[in-house]
Design a protein around this ligand. Structure first.
Ligand SMILES: [Zn+2]
Ligand SMILES: [Zn+2]
Length: 375
């Protein structure tokens, strides 16, 4: 029989770029809580930033894209039992406050609390062997079907954030959307938009990623030549007769939309130049959605008349929408969005620092990185 130990291994954040494998006490659970043995935890860019720049006080145990097995259930827990394989959500809104009434769940005070911990200030805890799941996030726990893996379960959270953003675009079937950046998140956008009947123009600097975008159903893929785009003008390697890149991209878009322009653009890379370019490429009344501009204090110039006169909305989206959980689970577990294609690298718990390092500096071959303890 499986015996739950008194201590466990966990990767503890001790300061900027300082992750240490330590032995910590097993979290104790209350009567309304679950103890979950972690199988998989995805490495998320928001955690990477906190770890690398040390933007939050240590110690903490990060990791919030978590899937695992329930090993203990408090006496008051209903609807879950020991042995079930589950995907977890660390943020669940109250559904009752002022923000929630406006469906601004990511701004809800309860939502901002992290309801999963492996010890210290709650921070997800997925980079540990066990996590404690608090009562207010139990409504976010999803069972993983027998045919699906823990890896797929761990992808529900990031897919939810993408589907929430897609909803905010308010598109009609057949619309044309630019997805700039085909990392794991950009590829999720590409696939979810295709599944919803949109035509996607996918761009990225890496041809390997564009191949996958095409397999995911992108109507057109385009690889900007970054060296031409760089601010170092007078680049003599390119003859002046070479058409500007925006022209190539806008030709693709003109052909695809018979002239009326993009209905929307998703900016899944933190490039300000791309935001301005996208604003030029969307039609009047279209939307440009920021998904990667998460750095506080960053500023840029925007032609405000494109917002006021051309009615091109500049919007953002952050975090998940609890109401979309069931649809997200259907999309992932049916493999309409085959997240297995996105997970390229798996690291054992002891090598979490290396996993974070790779996710922070992706290679041509790397997409989603996960810390895996059992499959
Ligand atoms: Zn995440
Ligand atoms: Zn609320």
């Amino acid at each position: 029989m499986f015996v739950i130990p008194k201590t466990m291994r966990a990767v503890v954040y001790r300061g900027a770029n300082d992750l240490r494998l330590e032995t910590v006490p097993l979290p104790r659970i209350g009567p309304g809580e679950l103890l979950v043995r972690v199988a998989v935890c995805g490495v998320c860019p928001t955690d990477i930033k906190k770890i690398q720049y040390g933007t939050v006080p240590p110690p903490r145990i990060f990791g919030h894209e978590t899937a695992g097995t329930i090993v203990r259930a408090g006496a008051r827990v209903r609807g879950f039992k020991v042995g079930e394989r589950v995907a977890l959500h660390h943020h669940v809104p109250c559904l009752e406050c002022h923000a929630c009434k406006h469906h601004a769940f990511a701004q809800c005070a309860q939502y901002k609390r992290t309801g999963i911990t492996a010890g210290f200030e709650p921070a997800g805890g997925g980079y540990a062997e066990y996590v404690r799941v608090m009562p207010f996030v139990l409504p976010g726990v999803v069972r993983i079907p027998a045919r699906n893996s823990f890896l797929e379960g761990a992808m529900l959270e990031p897919v939810n954030t993408v589907l929430k953003a897609v909803q905010r675009l308010a598109l009609l079937r057949g619309d044309t959307v630019l997805v700039a950046g085909q990392g794991p998140i950009g590829l999720m956008f590409t696939r979810l938009l295709v599944v919803r009947g949109m035509r996607v123009v996918a761009t990225d600097l890496l041809p390997t990623r564009l191949e996958l975008a095409r397999e995911f159903g992108a109507a057109a893929v385009y690889c900007p030549k970054s060296e031409v785009r760089s601010p170092k003008s007078g680049n003599t390697q390119h003859p002046p007769s070479l058409p500007p890149l925006d022209a190539q991209l806008s030709t693709i878009i003109k052909q695809l939309t018979t002239g009326h322009g993009l209905d929307a653009a998703v900016i899944a890379v933190p490039s300000d130049a791309l935001v301005r370019e996208a604003q030029a490429l969307v039609r009047g009344g279209g939307r440009v959605l920021l998904f990667a501009h998460t750095r506080r204090g960053a500023e840029t110039a925007v032609a405000l008349a494109t917002v006021c006169v051309d009615e091109k909305d500049l919007i953002g989206s952050y975090s998940a929408d609890f109401r979309l959980q069931a649809e997200v689970a259907r999309l992932v577990f049916s493999r309409k969005l085959d997240t297995r294609r996105l997970i390229t690298h798996q690291f054992p718990l002891a090598q979490t620092a290396a996993a974070v390092e790779l996710a922070a500096h992706p290679t041509a071959q790397s997409l989603k990185v996960a810390v895996v303890q059992s499959e």
